[in-house]
Design a binder for this molecule. Structure first.
Ligand SMILES: [Zn+2]
Length: 404
């Protein structure tokens, strides 16, 4: 990348600093719980229009979508703009929706997860239009996705499957503390159901107790969790019994139904087939006829659009040598003088783009993942400025890297 062009981009970002900081403050002030994103989506779409985006609208699901340019390489910047709720037990030193700024830090719900990236992406669009104008060598889609906290992956799945936008590369705005993140563990939910035969408690020998049938399976699952092996860079998967329910005709009867709910985190090499196979082997070992199933996640967006998806969110990770990761590392060096890669512990919209569709995906954003969903959410404003320099340069670096 030509030094003078890079400097022009960065100095234009610097000149937008006050706009950037007041934009992130405003985004935090607009409460946007999952499923209640109407106000923030309409605000974002209107702002994108003001900033000169070539197109800005909300789609059938309720995601905000903006477009810059019309070039051959399609890049998607995605930041979910919903947040988890503030609960009564949380203690906030700064009110969660005031957007207070103290000593260069902004506080509030969404100040980490993940409104900063949205502000950075929007200002990037404004800067690109100012500095480059038209005839971009790429098409940049800026997405403010809705309902991610309830349905990770689904908002982008919707855009790709139903809205006719298929990006070649994706950058996620989940918090990475200014590192280039290149993967995450996958996750899935499962149920195991055992049935028995009910009988009066006074004649229990006539029944088959479904709870007793489930007990050895639960014990084997506890052992399995300890046996799972780590695979770097994602570490080890896990399996957790999150719920157990049972039924009986009365509390004086033999239980004829029991069911456990499982949370499974998957590392490299673990997927839906291997996880189900592992559980079937346990059931066989226990000489049981219990059944394994994968539940659905269902919901409704703020636009009233219903969705159903299987509770399976595939693992994904890219090598440091992958052109997308490599371009991001170069961009980071140019924007901040350093570059480091990493992976997320939690799940992101990458389960759809990378996990489901195989579209190369990375993440880059300010703030620390471990502060997400807590009353300690805080953003160092200068880190957002650095991230915005990264966002503005990245599409050009990527195009250069691919065309090399
Ligand atoms: Zn998030």
């Amino acid at each position: 990348m030509e030094k003078s062009f890079q400097e022009k981009l960065f100095s234009t970002v610097e000149s937008e600093k006050d706009n950037l900081f007041s934009l992130i403050q405003k985004l935090v002030q607009i409460k946007s719980y999952s499923g209640e994103e109407k106000e923030i989506v309409e605000f974002i779409v209107a702002k994108m229009g003001e900033f000169g985006f070539d197109e800005a609208y909300h789609d059938a699901f309720g995601n905000a979508i903006g477009r810059i340019g019309n070039g051959p390489i399609k890049i998607m910047f995605d930041a979910h703009i919903d947040t988890v709720k503030v609960t009564e037990t949380e203690h906030w030193a700064h009110p969660p929706f005031a957007g207070e700024i103290v000593d260069g830090k902004l506080y509030g719900r969404g100040a980490v997860d993940e409104k900063p990236a949205m502000a950075g992406f929007m200002i990037t669009g404004k800067v690109l239009k100012q500095v480059y104008g038209d005839n971009f060598p790429f098409t940049l889609y800026v997405v403010g996705s809705a309902l991610e906290e309830d349905a990770d992956g689904y908002p982008l799945y919707h855009i790709i499957a139903n809205e006719g936008i298929k990006p070649d590369y994706v950058v996620l705005g989940e918090p990475t503390d200014l590192k280039v993140y290149r993967g995450q563990r996958g996750r899935m939910e499962l149920k195991i159901t055992a049935t028995g035969k009910s009988a009066h408690g006074a004649h229990n020998h006539k029944g088959i107790n479904a709870i007793y049938k489930m007990m050895p399976i639960v014990a084997e699952i506890e052992k399995l969790d300890k046996k799972l092996k780590p695979k770097q860079p994602l570490g080890k998967g896990s399996i957790t019994v999150s719920q157990i329910i049972s039924k009986a005709p009365s509390t004086c009867s033999v239980s004829d139904f029991s069911q456990i709910h499982l949370d499974r985190r998957m590392t490299i090499g673990e997927n839906k087939n291997s996880v189900v196979k592992e559980l079937k082997a346990i059931i066989k070992k226990c000489k049981s006829d219990a059944k394994v199933s994968i539940p659905n996640v269902e919901g409704t967006s703020w636009k009233g659009t219903n969705f159903v998806q299987e509770a399976y969110f595939p693992t994904w990770v890219y090598d440091e040598k992958h052109p997308l990761v490599d371009a991001a590392m170069k961009t980071s060096k140019a924007a901040m003088g350093k570059a480091k890669s990493g992976v997320w512990s939690f799940s992101t919209n990458g389960v759809a783009t990378a996990g489901h569709f195989g579209i190369p995906t990375i993440g880059f954003a300010p703030a620390k993942e471990e502060l997400s969903h807590s009353s300690k959410e805080e953003l160092v404003l200068n880190d957002l400025l650095k991230a915005t320099k990264f966002y503005s340069l990245f599409p050009f670096e990527l195009v250069n890297r691919i065309e090399r």
